[in-house]
Design a protein around this ligand. Structure first.
Ligand code: FAD
Length: 413
């Protein structure tokens, strides 16, 4: 009988434990928390966007951090396999905008409970409140693990490290797996937050807290050079900016924020209109409201919450009647509508959706998820140097690598 230890009861570890268990294996899952899948519970705003319906090629395109490494894992356990797997466990799913797949119940809890039940019925041992400290290796082969606190030694033939990344540490993911891997000679690629809310220098963002802007284009610049851009929805918060397109562009922006450097993001509030068309639109609005003051003339152009900040940033007196507006002032308004700037000075590291970096993929066999350095050592999930965009791609990566690590560890030999 082969003994397998799975370290971490998140998406990757739960699936890994399930598939590692067969008639020839004894599987024990070690989870430091008193419950499983804490990060799954908070995923997708409590609804768990567990995968995406896109085809494998597109899934890989949406995983900018080493997506190609996942070819094998995705072909063994694709999004369709994942959906079918959950349907078999009793979790019906539905597809939403952008191909995002959620449990039909809209409850992430159903995903965790189904996995927990499946593990129990398959007779996987689950040890809660048990934090793994190290993996014991002899002659480059796994011999067992040692636990924190008790320093208990648990002998085993294979270990699957599925300890997650670094963000939302209250979910239990504090980077233990990186330390364990490093101590065994693995290279840890620079750890950085990705899909992360950004902190603004301007204090006025606080006044815009809760304001969501739809159909805007955001472009980021460092020292006047464009970094990247995206189109869609963003959100103002009390500290800065967040929301789908901000999270997406944050991945690269973070690289520029080192050493207290600043990145400027320019929000085009009317990306569908050229400057000429926008100018005509402003003139039309001002004709419509020609008896009004500037501060009361923007209701058709901007969300209410944005108007006082916009007026103040324009440098034009709020009390100015619009029929007295000069051409120069109208141009100022047009420019501000298409280039509304926010200075980014940092990011909310602990609130990142995913950690970029991790155990180098060069040292992991993509066909098995086994370490190329140590026999019997496997990796799964966010602990590996893989990161995707929002849309269900990170959980799919965790589930696919978890499946492959589990099946491979469970094989004889
Ligand atoms: C707010 C938020 C929302 C998200 N929403 C989505 C979404 O909707 N769709 C999507 O695809 N992705 C989403 N993600 C990303 C996704 O949740 C993660 O990428 C994924 O959960 C990673 O799975 P994992 O199993 O590798 O790690 P984790 O889920 O982090 O699990 C690691 C587990 O290991 C345990 N552990 C750690 N160290 C030890 C140790 N030494 N001993 C024992 N146990 C240990 C931890 O307690 C934890 O339970 C979201 C992330 C966040 C933060």
């Amino acid at each position: 009988m082969k003994t397998i230890a799975v370290v971490g009861g998140g998406a990757a570890g739960l699936i890994a434990a399930y598939f590692a268990k067969n008639s020839n294996t004894e599987v024990t899952l070690f989870e430091r928390n008193q419950n499983l899948g804490r990060k799954i519970l908070i995923s997708g705003k409590g609804r768990c966007n567990l995968t995406n319906i896109k085809d494998v090629r597109e899934i890989i395109e949406n995983i900018p951090g080493n997506g190609k490494f996942l070819y094998s894992a995705l072909s063994h356990f694709s999004n369709i396999d994942l959906i079918n797997f959950f349907e078999r466990l009793g979790v019906k799913t539905k597809v939403e905008r952008g191909g995002r797949v959620f449990p039909a119940s809209d409850k992430s809890q159903d995903v965790v409970l189904a996995l927990q039940k499946a593990l129990i019925s398959k007779k996987v041992n689950i040890r809660y409140k048990t934090r793994v400290k190290e993996v014991v290796v002899h002659n480059n082969k796994v011999k067992g693990i040692k636990l924190y606190d008790s320093l208990e030694y648990f002998p085993c033939d294979a270990v699957i490290i599925a300890t997650g990344g670094l963000s939302y540490p209250s979910t239990g993911s504090t980077g233990d797996g990186y330390e364990i891997a490093k101590s065994l000679g693995h290279t840890i690629i620079d750890l950085k937050p990705s899909l992360v809310p950004l902190i603004a220098k301007e204090k006025w963002v606080k006044e815009l807290q809760g304001l969501s802007l739809k159909n805007v284009e955001v472009t980021s610049y460092f020292d006047g050079e464009k970094i990247n851009s995206d189109f869609g929805e963003m959100l103002f918060t009390h500290y800065g900016v967040s929301g789908p397109i901000i999270l997406t562009i944050s991945r690269e922006i973070v690289d520029y924020l080192k050493e207290k450097k600043e990145v400027v993001i320019s929000i085009n509030l009317k990306p569908a209109l050229t400057k000429e068309k926008l100018y005509e639109r402003v003139i039309r609005d001002f004709e419509k409201y020609n008896r009004k003051l500037f501060k009361n003339s923007l209701d058709d152009l901007l969300p209410k919450k944005l108007i006082p900040v916009f007026v103040s940033l324009s440098g034009i007196s709020p009390e100015k009647p619009v029929n007295q507006m000069t051409k120069e002032e109208r141009m100022k308004i047009v420019n501000l509508l298409s280039d509304f700037k926010v200075t980014i000075i940092g990011c909310r590291e602990k609130e990142a959706i995913v950690t970029r970096g991790g155990v180098s993929v060069k040292e992991i066999n993509p066909k098995t998820m086994e370490s190329k350095l140590i026999k019997g050592l496997f990796f799964a999930g966010e602990v590996i140097d893989i990161d995707g965009y929002t849309g269900g791609f990170n959980l799919q990566a965790a589930f696919s690598t978890g499946y492959l690590a589990g099946i491979s560890a469970g094989e004889e030999g």
